[in-house]
Design a protein around this ligand. Structure first.
Ligand code: PLP
Length: 286
């Protein structure tokens, strides 16, 4: 079965899908994107992701090329055509194709919409969560608007590669004041000495994760206290637990930061509990 992607109104074989070399995402990374988990064949937290896409579009003065109802249909079609039970759908909107010039193309230039799906390995994800992941800390050298989910991800790419080169799965980015903002592709969390679950406020320094928002609802339902405040690397080193969240990882326990063992060095109870509860809480749409 060949993979099927969506490009500007057409379903095409993934391997043959393409856009113009004049596309502004190719030339300037002038685009936005979303990644939505597919679990049990359903789209998880779809509304949250599409609302954030609309916000990213507004912030960058980008017009979405199709209505939200059409977008929802496209995503379902990709899940069905690619027979995804567990995996992800990716969608990207760019400022379209135009002769290379930094200024926006002339009004009416169609924006580009690309979407595709991939199947994941649920057993491998669960095994990873049972083992826990290692992270390394790196300076947060990104632009000042990482709250916009833009395809301009070069600092994130470099950080992630540096993490892999160091034998870690994720990089935690540290701002000029010494606070951990978030991961290269995830939000960052600790459980402090008092048992409070702590994560950076969703201001312009981080991407306001949709998974993060669902974790807030789980915590509220379970009477768990989440504190939104910046935390330092020093605090993370002595935390009871640490973990990351995101649509591709849901909740992944962190067992070491910069080679230092976190808590007992095994995945923590809070992280594993939130992971176990996640799909009972997160809205799933067929
Ligand atoms: N922070 C960054 C930089 C990300 O790239 C991501 C996800 O890709 C997240 C946080 C988590 O966001 P979400 O839970 O919406 O996937």
């Amino acid at each position: 079965m060949s993979r099927i992607a969506y490009v500007n109104g057409r379903y095409v074989r993934h391997a043959e899908a393409g856009v113009s070399i004049d596309d502004r995402a190719f030339l300037f990374a002038d685009g936005i994107y979303e990644v939505i988990e597919v679990f049990g064949g359903r789209l998880i937290d779809e509304d949250g992701h599409l609302e954030r896409l609309a916000r990213s579009a507004r912030e960058l003065r980008l017009d979405l090329p199709v209505a939200m109802t059409a977008l929802r249909r496209i995503l379902r079609e990709l899940v069905a055509r690619n027979r995804v039970a567990f995996g992800h759908v990716y969608l990207q909107v760019t400022r379209g194709a135009a002769r290379r010039d930094h200024v926006f193309p002339k009004p009416g230039t169609p924006t580009t919409l690309v979407a595709f799906a991939h199947r994941g390995d649920l057993a491998a994800a669960e095994a990873k969560a049972r083992a826990g992941i290692r992270v390394v800390s790196l300076p947060d050298i990104r632009w000042k608007r990482p709250d916009i989910k833009s395809t301009s991800l070069l600092p994130n790419v470099l950080a992630k590669q540096q993490a892999r080169d160091a034998g870690a799965y994720e990089a935690w980015l540290v701002d000029e004041k010494g606070f951990v903002t978030e991961g290269a592709s995830s939000n960052a969390w600790i459980v402090d000495g008092e048992g409070a679950v702590v994560t950076h406020p969703a201001d312009s320094a981080i991407l306001s994760g949709i998974t993060r928002a669902t974790l807030f609802r789980i915590a509220a339902a379970e009477g768990m206290k989440i504190v939104e405040r910046p935390f330092t690397l020093a605090e993370a080193f002595i935390a009871r637990e640490a973990f990351i969240s995101g649509a591709t990882t849901i909740v992944m326990p962190v067992v070491a930061i910069d080679g230092r063992k976190i808590g007992s060095g095994a995945p923590g109870r809070v992280a594993l509990g939130l992971r176990a509860a996640f799909h009972d809480f997160a809205p799933a749409s067929a």
